[in-house]
Design a protein around this ligand. Structure first.
Ligand code: CP
Length: 318
């Protein structure tokens, strides 16, 4: 069967061999969602350790569009307490080891998606992707990341699809840090930089000093600490909060107001405001900015993006 990406698993940008073709395929599937029923008689399993609205529903819908059966489990609420340490003597709270749980789950499904967040306590633990790696090690079937400790590739693919829909050649794309009352993961900004750097976009990151991301994501990205200057003539503003990478998991003191306002959007080139959602209104961005944004288009594109990934995985695995 024709397969553009020979996809075994989908956990980062490195699993997509041909990103422009994957984006094209997602756009084709958006126009005609029922064009392929390659998933007929196959089962998609979606396992959540953390809350989700968009990822859960869009992945379910994507599976149904391809003719798949879909089963979903909130393992943090409905399952036994999972032990992640190898060799653990399980005489405490944990009732089931991750290797047993994943072996069993993967015996019921043909493709397995998993969402897990970082704990934001130890950078080494989170960046080792302990949970996702164990799913990949113990699963008998392909694994899709529904957001991991450090990356959110399904979101990033939807972001590229959304930008591509505007057909702007060499767009200026600004990733802007924005305020938030709680410490959040770096997965969305890390992943967005990984993916957007694969396009022809001029990529700028703006954040308060101290909020720089890991070098592997920042390499090749222009950094401007003045938010107004960074926004000048931008075609897209992608807002997101994240906690410190260098001062790991911390909320650092910030003096200026980094909330995205209409005044700031006015210095862009009629720039489109993007956010992965959920968004805290009038903290990350004002109502006015969000209500004139493309965030719902972005969220809608989660469905065709997940469908393109699932289709490629099913094609790769016969
Ligand atoms: N953007 C995103 O992943 O949304 P959910 O957390 O609701 O899935």
């Amino acid at each position: 069967m024709w397969n553009i990406n020979n996809m075994k698993n989908f956990t980062s940008v490195h699993d997509a061999e041909d990103i422009p073709k994957l984006v094209e395929e997602a756009i084709r599937l958006k126009a005609d969602p029922l064009q392929s029923r390659i998933g007929h008689n196959k089962t998609l399993g979606l396992i959540f350790f953390n809350p989700s609205l968009r990822t859960r529903l869009s992945a379910q819908k994507a599976g149904y569009n391809l003719g798949m059966n879909v089963i979903v489990m909130n393992v943090d609420k409905d399952g036994w307490k999972i032990e992640f340490e190898d060799g653990a003597v399980m005489n405490g709270d944990s009732q089931e080891h991750i290797r047993d749980a994943v072996k069993v789950i993967s015996s019921y499904v043909d493709v397995l998606g998993v969402r897990t967040f970082p704990e934001l306590q130890s950078r080494e633990d989170d960046y080792s992707e302990k949970v996702l790696r164990q799913f990949m090690e113990y699963s008998e079937v392909p694994v899709i990341s529904l957001e991991s400790a450090t990356l959110h590739p399904l979101q990033s693919l939807a972001d590229l699809v959304t930008i591509e829909e505007y057909l702007i050649k060499k767009p200026k794309v600004v990733l802007s840090w924005a305020p938030h009352p709680k410490a959040l993961p770096q997965a969305v900004p890390n992943s967005f930089l990984q993916w957007i750097k694969k396009t022809d976009a001029h990529v700028v990151l703006t954040c308060p000093k101290g909020y720089e991301l890991a070098d592997e994501f920042m390499n090749g990205v222009e950094v401007i600490h003045d938010q107004y200057e960074a926004f000048e003539k931008a075609d897209f503003i992608y807002a997101k909060n994240w906690s410190g990478y260098h001062d790991y998991g911390k909320i650092l003191p910030v003096e200026e107001d980094w909330t995205i306002t209409k005044d700031k959007m006015d210095v862009t080139r009629q720039g489109k405001f993007m956010h992965c959602l959920p968004i805290r209104r009038n903290v990350v961005a004002t109502d006015e900015v969000i209500d004139h944004s493309i965030v719902y288009q972005q969220a809608k594109n989660r469905e065709c993006s997940a469908q393109a990934v699932l289709k490629n995985i099913l094609e790769s695995h016969g």
